[in-house]
Write a protein that binds this ligand. Structure first.
Ligand code: COA
Length: 378
């Protein structure tokens, strides 16, 4: 008799929240103070026509264009200081735990507790996020040791789709038998790669960390779990979201604070190009699995822009999904890169019955799209 195929399941999720909050009012007040300081400093060049005056930001634009109302950050003080406009992080000696691993530990322990797993049960740790604190050794290997996990660990980066791509790698490892139980952790310290001096994007990001436990459904310790029915990933090269920071910078004599060394995007183009790709991607994946978009009980979408999510779900369903069916967390968290759809999933998994289908979908730089279709099991 052929053995039945291994089904990978999500049995636990965890969330670490950054300690500080910045509301849109506070953010815009400090940005506009920075603009005044800069325009005063450059007044002579501006009046000679040699420099362009910076324009102020405003709360109404931010809320209408994005749906974002506030963000959590690791260090508020440095961000809202108009003479600094970036967080303060103290350098740590090699003997001390890295900042990214410290926040990863919080989310990882939460996820393990939900899955009723000990760290020693985990034999694959993936750190999947948009920016790594260093080149090597892998952040994931430091986390593996800090947790007391066994097996192997590695880092991966597919920008805003890192977490869903990581879930596919974990599910594949479970199905192939190279891992018994895996942890996918996304410590997103976006405040360090956001140009808080850039009017077009200063309101976009927030800090957070999420974690997901993926294991063999048949061996799960918890009855309440989400079986992974399928994963589908896609990428298409685009320069419309880009960050040029990298190890060649030292040789290229770049200024680490230069705009292109931080997050840069053509937001309008991203909106126009990515939305139809996501509709086609989710629709195509559901068709492959024999599932109607209408029969999906919950869409946990990437959290970059409320209007984007409304566009996508309206196209898929032909109607407004409502906040219960397509939960929104970006009003509170802003865009948290790859962690966004996982926060939405973690915070909005109640009210589903056994057998209900859900879609976790991320999209972002690359371009990259990652879709994970799950079924609630009780
Ligand atoms: N305050 C006030 N006005 C602002 C502003 C600010 N902070 N930033 C831009 N504006 C102005 C612009 O100057 C422009 O003015 P104009 O019409 O006189 O030229 C106007 O607002 C519209 O700018 P635009 O950039 O076209 O806004 P938008 O409606 O496209 O919204 C985003 C901007 C970034 C919110 C939106 O494009 C978006 O979210 N795109 C997708 C981003 C995404 O998902 N990225 C993935 C990242 S992981």
């Amino acid at each position: 008799m052929t053995p039945s195929p291994v089904v990978a399941a999500i049995t636990g999720t965890g969330l670490w929240n950054a300690p500080d909050v910045i509301t849109n009012d506070e953010l815009v007040a400090s940005f506009n103070e920075y603009v005044e300081l800069e325009n005063t400093r450059n007044a002579a060049a501006i009046s000679r026509g040699e420099a362009v005056a910076l324009e102020p930001s405003n709360v109404e634009f931010i809320e209408k264009a994005s749906g974002i109302r506030q963000r959590y950050v690791l260090d508020r003080r440095g961000v809202v200081d108009p003479t600094r406009m970036r967080p303060y992080f103290a350098p740590r000696p090699n003997e001390e735990m890295s900042l990214q691993v410290e926040i990863a530990l919080g989310a990882a322990r939460d996820a393990l507790a939900m899955a009723r797993r000990e760290a020693a049960d985990i034999d694959l740790v993936i750190i999947a996020c948009a920016n790594m604190q260093r080149a090597y050794p892998a952040m994931a290997i430091e986390l593996q040791q800090a947790l007391g996990a066994s097996g192997y660990a590695y880092d991966m980066n597919v920008a805003c789709s890192s977490a869903t791509f990581g879930i596919e790698q974990a599910a594949n490892a479970i199905r192939a038998g190279t891992s018994r139980a895996a942890l996918v952790v996304s410590p997103e310290i976006t405040s360090a790669h956001l140009d808080w001096r850039d009017r077009d994007s200063h309101f976009i990001f927030g800090d957070v960390c999420t974690a997901v436990v993926v294991e063999d459904a048949a061996k799960a310790k918890v009855s309440e779990r989400f079986d992974i029915l399928g994963t589908k990933l896609a990428t298409k090269f685009s320069n419309n979201i880009r960050n040029n920071a990298g190890f060649l910078g030292r040789c290229e004599e770049v200024d680490r604070n230069a705009h292109d060394q931080l997050f840069v995007q053509e937001g309008r183009k991203v909106f126009k190009e990515v939305c139809p790709m996501v509709v086609e991607h989710i629709g195509g994946h559901l068709t492959q699995l024999g599932i109607e978009p209408h029969s999906v009980a919950r869409y946990w979408l990437h959290q970059a822009n409320l209007n984007m999510n409304l566009f996508i779900t309206r196209k898929l369903l032909g109607a407004d999904p409502g906040p219960e069916r397509a939960p929104v967390i970006l009003d509170e968290y802003a865009n948290t890169a790859s962690a966004g759809s996982i926060i939405a999933f973690h915070r909005n998994r109640e009210g589903l019955a056994a057998g209900d289908i859900g879609v976790i979908c991320s999209f972002g730089a690359g371009y990259s799209i990652g879709c994970v279709v799950v079924r609630r099991v009780q």
